[in-house]
Design a protein around this ligand. Structure first.
Ligand code: TYD
Ligand code: MG
Length: 456
């Protein structure tokens, strides 16, 4: 007979504690410890005789091994996955509610994925009718593709149904926070439930060599709900993000055991589902290229291997409070404070009684340091209330000495800017691309300040 064991688990950090406590010993979170009852079965461990296998790495059969990838019909998704879904892998897709996770994963079935025979969609959130209506709306009815739909929230049922499927299969579980096991007496979505169900799914994916895509909700601070260990358990973690007030969505990879993690996929949400955006620069730039507004600079950035142009907006306003504000959206606010300090020190601009606000238009979040020059230029332009030269783009990292440093993939940035019709490209003067009259080399922030001061 199964034995029951009671334990106390912190829902924030996953620590198992000996008794109930008002505050977790490890993460110091209040009211996060919950009692859980586990059923334990006595099981004997049988170790197969060929548990360890001897492999000769120099052997040709090993050299020729490679990930077996299945490319989908959605190029932006393939790009983020590093080429497609790898057989036997588990992919976690996180995102806030209503961002379009279910839509994206359902749309994936629109065209046949090479060699995949069975498409399984397990929805614990919506009924079969709701999913089929959505599939119809997305045009899946035209694709004459059969999808196996299930509406279940019981992991044992799900696992045994998956085990009975034969052939190459892709399974979507929507979502991990709504499925549960009978073995743990705590509600779905709690740490133990999420961790147990994910482990079961990972085991079956590896055992049967099938692809499992798990949908996960995110908490208000942007992490996938549940412990961080969830991210360690799966092979690939994708975040679907975007501002609900805009139509476009960004798919970002934060972990990938089979490919790079710096690629992004850009989509736009339309009345008939998600559409790919092959040329994202057009989305993030305002139509007004010949901007006559002060404080606006265009940044030639790189996301993964792809150049993306975006608009940086700055506002410098007078304040009488002793600690002026440095506030930013889409850019690290510590770096903003640093750049303001570099500008006040190296260009002799007094920001002592000025609030500085910075915004990356369109809700994009930029982390690469090459954005510094665009940020500094927009701040100087906002401070002097003079627009930057028309049709100009900027990229380059700024050091504490105020010097403009080189950025990687400069050639791709320049090509993208030229393609979109920009005629003045401001970058580090060390950028090794000569003979292009559109490139204007800048040595230090002081040069940018005098350029803006002297522009008409
Ligand atoms: P959904 O995929 O249900 O989001 P999630 O699974 O991440 O919670 O997407 C729901 C949102 O997408 C909803 O606000 C409506 C919008 N939407 C469209 O605009 N067009 C469409 O064709 C579909 C299917 C959804
Ligand atoms: Mg959903």
């Amino acid at each position: 007979m199964a034995k029951t064991v009671t334990r106390f688990v912190c829902q924030e950090c996953g620590t198992v504690l000996p008794k109930w406590m008002g505050q977790c010993d490890v993460c110091n979170e209040w009211n996060s410890v919950v009692e859980e009852v586990l059923e334990k079965h006595n099981s004997q461990t049988n170790v197969p005789p060929d548990f360890f296998k001897t492999i000769d790495i120099s052997n040709d059969s090993v050299k020729n091994l490679q990930w077996y990838r299945h490319t989908t019909s959605i190029n932006e998704l393939n790009r983020v996955l590093g080429g497609g879904f790898v057989e036997g892998s588990v992919v976690l897709v996180g995102g806030s509610p209503g961002i379009g996770k279910s839509t994206l994963l359902l749309q994936m079935f629109l065209k046949k994925i090479k060699e995949i025979g069975k498409y399984v969609y397990v929805s614990a959130e919506e009924s079969i009718n709701q999913v089929s209506m959505r599939a119809k709306r997305l045009g899946l009815s035209d694709s004459s593709r059969e999808i196996l739909l299930a509406s279940s929230s019981n992991i044992e049922q799900i696992i045994s149904s998956i085990e009975n499927l034969f052939g190459k299969t892709i399974v979507i579980i929507d979502s991990i926070q709504t499925i549960s096991t009978n073995l743990i007496h705590s509600p779905p979505g709690t740490i133990s439930q999420v961790r147990y169900c994910t482990q079961e799914l990972v085991n079956i994916a590896k055992k049967n060599n099938i692809i499992i895509v798990i949908v996960g909700h995110i908490t208000k601070d942007g992490a996938i709900a549940g412990p961080k260990t969830l991210e360690h358990m799966v092979d690939c973690v994708l975040y679907f993000e975007g501002d609900r007030s805009y139509d476009y969505r960004i798919l970002r990879c934060s972990k990938n055991r089979y490919g790079p993690t710096d690629e992004i996929g850009v989509f736009s949400m339309t009345g008939v589902g998600l559409e790919e955006v092959p040329n994202p620069s057009s989305v993030f730039l305002s139509d007004q290229k010949e901007s006559m507004v002060s404080g606006v600079a265009v940044f030639a950035g790189i996301e993964g291997t792809r150049p993306i142009l975006s608009e940086i907006q700055a506002l410098v306003s007078h304040t009488s409070i002793p600690m002026p504000r440095r506030s930013s959206i889409g850019f690290d606010s510590n770096r903003l404070s640093m750049l303001v300090a570099v500008l006040s020190n190296r260009c002799r601009i007094n920001f002592g009684n000025k609030d500085v606000y910075l915004n990356v238009a369109g809700g994009l979040k930029i982390q690469e340091p090459a954005i510094d020059l665009a940020v500094a230029s927009s701040i100087i332009s906002a401070y002097l209330q003079k627009p930057l030269p028309s049709s100009s783009v900027f990229f380059g990292e700024i050091s504490l000495s105020g010097e403009i440093r080189q950025s990687h993939l400069a050639y791709s940035r320049i090509k993208e800017a030229e393609k979109l019709g920009f005629s003045k490209i401001y970058c580090s003067k060390k950028t090794e691309i000569s003979g292009d009259s559109k490139i204007i080399g800048i040595g230090s922030v002081r040069e940018i300040a005098s350029m803006v001061k002297n522009s008409d």
